[in-house]
Write a protein that binds this ligand. Structure first.
Ligand code: FAD
Length: 281
């Protein structure tokens, strides 16, 4: 029997009432695609932590799609994390995206957790198998890693600590993903590794995200996008065609699903999804 690919969408917690209304409309449109879950990001330190909890509660209450909060451990204590886990359990949450988080500039004391594998071990020690745990994977290598082998071994450590699945950083070179999957299989890593998909709608924003997170925009693509300048319609059309083609190739060659970084907008993810040859769930 062939399994339908797991489709999921990621949101960030809006800061304003208007942003919240927009997100509500976005998630209602995307819910029609019957995704496996909606994930909600978590800001390192400060108020967005509360917002993650609020948005997750709202999704659980109003939508038939499961909500999966991201949880990052940098700068946190065991007590803080335990408290959040309790809140997520009471809210009926079953899936967590568990991360270290980016270390804020100038932060000297990173708290009681240093890496994501420690967070995963803590979640397993304190809550057993109550949560399905997703972790981050980096086909083009995490920017702080010494080298790709060290990064892969660190990824393996997260799997051995109890991760059930992984979502990758976005990429525009499908071969980087396939090569990473081969390397994981050689190390005996067998959890599903779902490609993270970043629709292309705005070159400047994409270039800035990519330099921060170490995702490569291929030279030919960067040249093309720069040439479009302010012609957002051409960027959008090119971005949807290219990304849909890459998604189809990923699925055809065995990717277990797709996780869309929506930036709280539905149009590009919907347009990509509609170009895919997907078996209905
Ligand atoms: P880790 O797996 O801990 O890895 C971090 C670095 O340390 C890597 O270079 C790794 O090779 C190295 N390393 C890992 N373990 C060890 C060890 N035991 N010893 C030595 N070195 C080690 N950020 C947010 O703030 N909020 C979010 O909601 C969020 N969501 C994300 C969702 C996805 C799908 C992805 C891919 C990223 C997300 N991020 C988010 C960004 C993420 O927090 C950063 O990429 C962060 O820098 C690393 O987090 P991690 O969980 O991958 O860390």
């Amino acid at each position: 029997m062939t399994r339908s690919p797991s489709i999921s969408f990621e949101f960030f917690p809006p800061k304003t009432d208007k942003g919240r209304e927009n997100l509500k409309a976005t998630r209602e449109q995307l819910a029609a695609l019957n995704p496996e879950y909606f994930s909600v990001t978590f800001g390192a330190g400060g108020s967005t932590r509360e917002h993650t909890l609020e948005i997750v509660r709202e999704i659980q209450a109003e939508s038939r799609v499961d909500a999966a909060p991201h949880l990052s451990c940098i700068g946190s204590t065991r007590e803080n994390i335990q408290q959040l886990l309790n809140e997520y359990q009471s809210a009926g949450i079953h899936r967590l995206v568990s991360l270290r988080g980016d270390i804020p500039e100038g932060m000297q004391d990173t708290g009681e957790f240093h890496y994501a594998n420690e967070l995963i071990s803590f979640i397993r020690e304190t809550t057993g198998d109550q949560f399905h745990i997703e972790v981050a994977a980096y086909p083009e290598m995490h920017p702080e890693a010494d080298n790709a082998t060290a990064d892969l071994n660190n990824f393996k450590r997260k799997v051995e600590s109890g991760a059930n699945g992984a979502i990758t950083q976005y990429f525009y070179n499908a071969d980087a993903y396939f090569y990473f999957i081969d390397a994981c299989q050689k190390l005996g890593i067998n959890i599903p590794i779902v490609p993270g998909i970043m629709p292309i709608t705005n070159y400047k924003q994409l270039a800035s995200f990519s330099s921060a997170c170490g995702a490569e925009i291929p030279r030919w693509m960067s040249n093309k996008l720069q040439e479009y300048g302010d012609d957002l319609e051409s960027i959008r059309t090119f971005g949807i065609d290219f990304t849909a083609g890459m998604c189809q190739r990923l699925l055809d060659q065995g990717a277990p699903g797709l996780h869309f970084y929506t930036l709280n907008k539905s149009e590009a993810s919907l347009a990509i999804y509609q170009q895919l040859n997907l078996t209905p769930v």
